[in-house]
Design a protein around this ligand. Sequence first.
Ligand SMILES: [Fe+2]
Ligand SMILES: [Fe+2]
Length: 174
Amino acid sequence: MLISADVNTALNEQIGHEFAASVQYVAIAAHFDCEGLPQLARHFYRQAVEERDHAMRFVKYIVDADGRVEIPAIPAPRARFASAEDAVQLSLENEMTVTKQINALMDLAIKRNDHITRNFLEWFINEQLEEVSSMDTLLRMIRRAGEKGLLFVESYLAQHRKVHDDAPPVEQES
Ligand SMILES: [Fe+2]
Ligand SMILES: [Fe+2]
């Protein structure tokens, strides 16, 4: 086994956190869907898929490192939100929490002189910067628009997506 038992345990806990983030985003997406905000819904359905991919990266890594995959219980997500701001605020707080969790994992890998796990975690360190930054931007936009101005946010997301969809396909690093 390439990883120590405590690193293995911490990686398993992170699988739980990533799946928890995924189901929370599904709940938020469904909320927006019910509220007649399809672009916000689509945005969060996509985030949910990304979080599932994050969980699967950890699964694959543990398997590659010859550890044991033990997925913890996933807590029920919050399903009710007072406003769009409330839902996106929760998303930002969750991304900040995940950033701390990834940092703690990195601290542990450093303590164990586990360079393979450190190298694996680098991708997540960069990813968290991107996730926190984009969620923060979305929250600011929603606050500026206000509940009555959410259709502006919808049209921004639709336009932003169009730019992305029209861009030539980029080779994705897996
Ligand atoms: Fe994640
Ligand atoms: Fe995330």
